[in-house]
Design a protein around this ligand. Structure first.
Ligand code: ADP
Ligand code: MG
Length: 341
């Protein structure tokens, strides 16, 4: 590819800082970074950051002296601002390159809805510190809607439900704004926790977090049914020794149903709070699911059954927010360009 200095100078970058996954997209290149939002810190008082993302997870339990793995955005609240900022810095450097820091980069940043204003401003500062001159903070549901290809700027209501790792954000979008919304601290992680609880109660077996997630990815369904089986390994709660059991899809789907119910209830709640004209639009436009939870088999059918309107998962649910934010940033620039001309 030839080097185009003009494109390079105006390079727009979008970041989706999620509770489980961070994605970075660059104009003209698409998604360039996809890492778990995890940080490895030394287990001593200094809590020095050793690594971020996938590299951090690989270190867990394998480093002399001990490391702790921190998910700084867990549950949609910034548990540790310093670590979040450091993670943001490292990911941006990784994606954009350290030496280009002085260029006039434009950055769109999406943060979970429940992040406070103070935290937002602090993270905006962190982005500026790595060379982003122009930081645009975007409401995540709007980015998700645009990334999912919904007519977000038209005078018609459309609903997006972003089921992330720690939070689910549900919003009705019209004319580029959020007409009604609700954010709950329930997401994929809570499904994993329900699975771990169930296996502990039923089989006296303690599962690691990653194993519980693996069970979800292999067996879980939003609707009951399915007879797939898998062997899982953990630690016996009776004698502390390694142990394994075989579990099936039916019991896991049953175990996660209370969490799924919270999600369906929240969608119904937003529907009931939506102004009548927009609610009427939703009969045609339906509900679009984004975020990793949209990939849970049957979640679309269950929601359609519960709400009576059509529900579909976006094409690349994990990428909608980052790609939508990039598009919004580009549209804003085009608009400003037109106004200047
Ligand atoms: P966040 O934006 O909060 O970082 P994501 O939208 O990246 O979250 O989604 C991450 C969540 O999606 C994780 O809990 C992960 O286990 C879950 N997930 C990913 N793929 C699937 C799948 N195929 N089925 C169910 N859940 C999934
Ligand atoms: Mg997200």
């Amino acid at each position: 590819m030839s080097f185009n200095p003009f494109e390079f100078l105006s390079r727009a970058v979008a970041i989706d800082l999620g509770t489980v996954n961070t994605l970075i997209a660059i104009k003209g290149r698409g998604i360039v970074l996809r890492e778990p939002s995890a940080v490895a810190v030394t287990a001593d008082e200094a809590r020095e950051v050793i690594a971020c993302g996938e590299e951090a997870l690989r270190m867990a339990g394998r480093t002399p002296g001990g490391v702790n793995i921190v998910w700084p955005l867990r549950d949609g609240v910034i548990a540790d601002y310093t670590l979040t900022a450091e993670m943001l810095r490292r990911f941006l450097e990784l994606a954009v390159g350290r030496r280009n820091g002085a260029l006039g980069k434009k950055l769109a940043m999406c943060l979970p809805l429940c992040v406070t204003d103070v935290e937002r401003r602090a993270l905006e500062e962190a982005a500026r510190a790595v060379g982003a001159r122009d930081v645009m903070l975007i409401d995540e549901p709007l980015a998700a809607a645009v990334g999912a290809g919904l007519p977000a700027f038209e005078p018609v209501g459309s609903m997006v439900a972003d089921i992330g790792g720690g939070t689910t954000d549900i919003a009705v979008i019209s004319l580029g704004g959020i007409a009604s919304s609700f954010s709950l601290r329930t997401g994929g992680r809570h499904i994993d926790a329900a699975i771990a609880d169930y296996v502990a109660r039923q089989y006296n077996l303690s599962l690691g977090e990653r194993t519980a997630e693996e069970v979800k990815l292999t067996l879980a369904m939003a609707l009951p049914g399915g007879m797939e089986r898998m062997q899982v390994r953990g630690r016996s709660l009776e004698n502390g020794l390694p142990a394994r059991v075989v579990i099936n899809s039916g019991e896991i789907s049953h175990a996660i149903s209370p969490v799924i119910r919270k999600l369906t209830d929240a969608v119904k709640r937003v529907l009931s709070e939506t102004p009548p004209e927009l609610a009427a639009d939703l009969i045609d436009t339906g509900v679009t699911l984004t975020g990793g939870g949209a990939l849970l088999p049957g979640v679309d059918r269950l929601l359609a059954h519960e709400t009576g309107i059509s529900v579909r998962a976006a094409e690349s649910p994990l990428e909608c927010v980052a790609l939508g934010a990039l598009r919004l940033l580009g549209d804003r620039d085009a608009l400003e360009g037109a106004q200047l001309a």
